[in-house]
Design a protein. Structure first.
Length: 410
């Protein structure tokens, strides 16, 4: 039997980066080929919204379960199985012959993906302590943006040249190949190792009691819900909005919808992560303050994405909104981990994502419905108000609860 290769914490992070890139690439493929699916099956915008929304509705309850499981079972095993399931479902989406079958395949993709993030983020938290946690999670987050760019452009190109089914086959088979590598290399780190905390066995009820005893979690969760609502609508409808509003080809719309925003997000998440780790050494509020900046500054640019009739203004707004999103993403869970013990971190991650995805699942359908009366661009402008609500909530955490909850950790 061959020995497992010993990797450094940064090499393990690189493996997580590749897995997460495929996670978001597979998630984004559908949005890039929606017009082709609509044309073949003569679907309404509401039905297209359902194809995007089903992912969120399946993902939401399962990510809560997966978070609890990742706090007690082997996270490595969970991640490998997760990758196999969602990759197989993505490849299977390319075989769908009707709307209902594709809807089921997207649900199965969500089933697989729901088990990845809580386990992975918990492991990253165990490998990286207070001095590097935001930086590590920021690097991990860049996979989201690059995965979205690559799939947004490549899936649209493949769809135009070879049909939309081929887009799903390419990304699904890549994930299955990656699963073989992950099963060989990925280790299982000691829980609480980076924090030098002696962990204790906790029941699910004890973990939930710990979480609900931290009001900061509620405020930061509202921020996460706001972000996911906006992103689910943005990822689902921006390519279609650009396709219709500016007369682009499918590949052009996929490129503009993903490249400028995610380019800004890469810069924002890397700067935000380092800024938060630096501020954290000076003030306990370092991480939530960076989140607050990201949400607040993103509001006007979200409005411009839908309201402007100038492509240059839309692209600039997409890029700056991306920077703002990156600031928030770099500390989305690093901030809450400051007030939650290692034994409950996967659980709190799953809980926050569950609530965010429950709400986010309605956003594509709602924007599709609003778009039938006011246009998709008009509906998209309303996303700015959602971001504003998130900013207010994170601001409340900074002002009223974060320091108090931090003291409970000591």
């Amino acid at each position: 039997m061959s020995r497992r290769i010993t990797l450094s914490k940064w090499q393990v992070l690189a493996i997580f980066w590749l897995i997460y890139l495929l996670n978001y690439a597979d998630r984004q493929v559908l949005s890039s080929v929606l017009p082709l699916v609509k044309k073949e099956w003569l679907l309404s915008d509401t039905q297209l919204g359902m194809l995007s929304g089903i992912f969120f509705w399946v993902f939401a309850p399962l990510v809560l379960i997966s978070g609890n499981l990742a706090d007690v079972l082997s996270r490595r095993t969970i991640i490998v199985c997760s990758l196999v399931v969602w990759s197989a479902a993505t490849a299977g989406s390319g075989m769908a012959g009707a709307f209902g079958v594709l809807l089921v395949m997207r649900g199965l993709t969500a089933f697989g993906e729901s088990f990845y993030y809580p386990a992975a983020n918990s492991m990253i938290g165990d490998l990286h302590g207070l001095s590097s946690r935001s930086t590590a999670m920021s690097f991990h987050q860049t996979a989201v943006y690059i995965g979205t760019i690559s799939s947004g452009t490549l899936a649209a190109y493949i769809g135009q040249q070879y049909g939309w089914r081929s887009s799903f086959w390419v990304f699904g088979l890549a994930g299955l190949a990656m699963a073989l590598v992950v099963a060989r290399l990925l280790p299982e780190p000691q829980r609480g190792g980076a924090d030098l905390i002696q962990t204790v066995a906790m029941t699910a009820v004890e973990r939930l009691r710990l979480i609900f005893n931290r009001p900061t979690v509620l405020f930061l969760t509202i921020g996460t819900i706001s972000k996911i609502l906006v992103l689910s609508a943005y990822l689902s409808w921006t390519p279609t909005m650009l396709f219709r509003k500016f007369g682009m080809t499918l590949a052009q719309a996929g490129f503009h919808a993903t490249f400028w925003h995610n380019l800004g997000a890469i810069a924002g998440v890397l700067v935000g992560g380092r800024l938060a780790d630096t501020l954290r050494s000076r003030t306990e509020l370092g991480r939530p303050l960076v989140q607050l900046i990201g949400l607040s500054a993103g509001v006007p640019f979200l409005f411009l994405i839908g309201s402007s009739s100038e492509l240059l203004v839309v692209n600039i707004s997409l890029a700056i909104f991306g920077v703002c999103r990156g600031f928030f993403d770099s500390n989305e869970f690093a901030a809450v981990y400051d007030v939650i013990r290692p034994e409950a971190r996967a659980t709190v991650t799953g809980m926050m994502m569950c609530l965010g995805f429950v709400a986010g699942g309605f956003a594509p359908v709602l924007i599709g419905r609003m778009g039938e009366t006011m246009g998709i661009d008009g509906a998209m402008s309303w996303l700015a108000a959602v971001y504003a609500v998130g900013a207010i909530s994170v601001g409340c955490a900074c002002l009223f609860t974060f320091r108090r909850d931090l003291l409970k950790q000591r």
